[in-house]
Write a protein that binds this ligand. Structure first.
Ligand SMILES: Cc1cc2nc3c(=O)[nH]c(=O)nc-3n(C[C@H](O)[C@H](O)[C@H](O)COP(=O)(O)OP(=O)(O)OC[C@H]3O[C@@H](n4cnc5c(N)ncnc54)[C@H](O)[C@@H]3O)c2cc1C
Length: 412
């Protein structure tokens, strides 16, 4: 396999670099104390959906200006058709755009709307739904959160119980969602609800709805994570009336809409670049006089080996991501390959965090960024990485997919 850019791709890469250099708002600076969200694309020190409504005017204006600048080129939604506010980029160009933004450490914008909901509406939405929702996503003016999981329905998503009962032109929704990433920062939600409680199999009684968070009866409560941060929420529905016009696809056929939505989630390059940059920082710090003081006594024997192993794994992940995107570029749909990417990335995230923390021995116990080696980057990463092996589908489920769909092993 040859991953060298073609001349056109090299020119596009150069265009992205120049664009970021010239147009990223100078006043939108990283916040050294900000926790990154658990999304691999987020760059440390920025969290665009949070910054967009920040109480700090410089952050708020910086986030909005960056969205406006990207939207001029259709680069919030690079893969959408131009007529909907996208840039019509190919899968490989989109990959290059994301790679260069990550390398330059500037945040991507409106990921859930741009990459999950937008393509779903393009495939399944009515003309009215597309006209209402696609332009504000492409401009970075309306953000979305995904309300699928429930307290008793995660891996077994088809067991969800949030109920929607038809009443004239509305559905009346009652129930609870949980772990909704960025739910408290979203303007709108896309949710799965049960419209047929007797359906067998269970997934045939589910419907896909778009819900304005300001609908009476919708309550969003942030959940605090292990780091003290609030990257997600639980959402309660009590007699919330949602117009039938907000249903995507047919009643009781929402499962298929949702599965399409999840398949649009691309095997991005974000995580690889994040790991590459973390390894580079670690190596640089270890080589500095200050860094050597932080090192655990006797570190050379084990940790040097471990860092080399993590570097090798990071290169493997890069190749898996390139392979997956090449398949998309050739018109294929990544199936079990997306699970290979997700599984390897999530477990590497945890191993890398452990390696970095182990290098610093007892210094890695320092949580406050001020006095900690590398501003506590690996200590915080260790906590961040705990959820990596279940947030995008549990590792056991990914292994099941690889075993059955990839390797053709029997289901039982
Ligand atoms: C940071 C974070 C962000 C999230 N963001 C969102 C979001 O935006 N929207 C949303 O809808 N959800 C979100 N989730 C929820 C996420 O999708 C679920 O956590 C995930 O699907 C796992 O479900 P669960 O937590 O209920 O665990 P469970 O499904 O209860 O799993 C518990 C354990 O049982 C194992 N297990 C379950 N079934 C099987 C099986 N068939 N075979 C083998 N082992 C099995 C699992 O692997 C796991 O180890 C988020 C979660 C996290 C942690």
């Amino acid at each position: 396999m040859n991953w060298e850019d073609t001349p056109d791709q090299a020119a596009f890469r150069e265009e992205v670099r120049a664009f970021v250099r010239d147009r990223f708002p100078a006043a939108y600076t990283p916040d050294p104390d900000a926790e990154q969200s658990l999304e691999p694309e987020d760059v440390r020190g920025y969290n665009w959906p949070v910054d967009r409504t920040s109480a700090d005017p410089a952050r708020r204006e910086g986030a909005r200006e960056w969205a406006a600048v990207l939207a001029e080129r259709g680069w919030i939604t690079p893969h959408w058709p131009v007529e909907y506010g996208g840039a019509g980029l190919s899968a490989l160009e989109e990959f290059i755009l994301q790679e260069e933004m990550m390398r330059a450490r500037v945040p991507t914008v409106n990921g859930i709307g741009a990459f999950l909901l937008g393509p779903t509406l393009l495939a399944h939405g009515t003309d009215a739904q597309q006209a209402e929702h696609l332009p504000p996503i492409a401009r970075g003016e309306r953000t979305w959160a995904q309300g699928f999981s429930e307290p008793e329905a995660g891996s077994d998503l088809a067991g969800l119980r949030t109920r929607a009962v038809r009443d004239g032109d509305h559905y009346v929704v009652d129930g609870q969602k949980v772990w909704t990433s960025l739910g408290q920062h979203a303007d709108w939600l896309f949710v799965l609800v049960r419209t047929d409680p007797d359906a067998s199999p269970k997934h045939r009684g589910i419907t896909f709805l778009l819900v304005d968070v300001n609908t009476p009866g919708v309550t969003v409560r942030p959940i605090r994570d292990i780091r003290g941060d609030t990257p997600f929420s639980e959402i309660f529905f009590e007699n919330a009336r949602v117009p039938v016009a907000n249903r995507v696809g047919e009643e009781n056929r929402g499962w298929y809409v949702a599965m399409d939505a999840l398949s649009f989630e691309r095997a991005g390059i974000g995580a690889t670049i994040k790991y590459e940059q973390a390894i580079a920082r670690l190596v640089e710090h270890i080589g500095s006089p200050e860094g050597r003081e932080h090192l655990r006594e006797g570190w050379e024997h084990g940790v040097r080996q471990e860092i080399a192993r993590r570097y090798t794994e990071m290169r493997v992940l890069y190749n898996i991501a390139r392979y997956t995107v090449s398949k998309q570029a050739a018109g294929g749909v990544p199936g079990y390959e997306a699970s290979v990417n997700q599984l390897f990335s999530a477990e590497l995230h945890q191993r890398l965090a452990r390696t970095g923390a182990r290098a610093f021995g007892s210094h890695a116990l320092l949580w406050q960024r001020r006095n900690a080696p590398l501003a506590g980057a690996f200590t915080h990463m260790r906590m961040d990485a705990v959820a990596a092996t279940f947030l995008g589908g549990a590792s056991e489920i990914q292994r099941n997919v690889i075993a059955t769909r990839g390797l053709g092993l029997p289901r039982s």
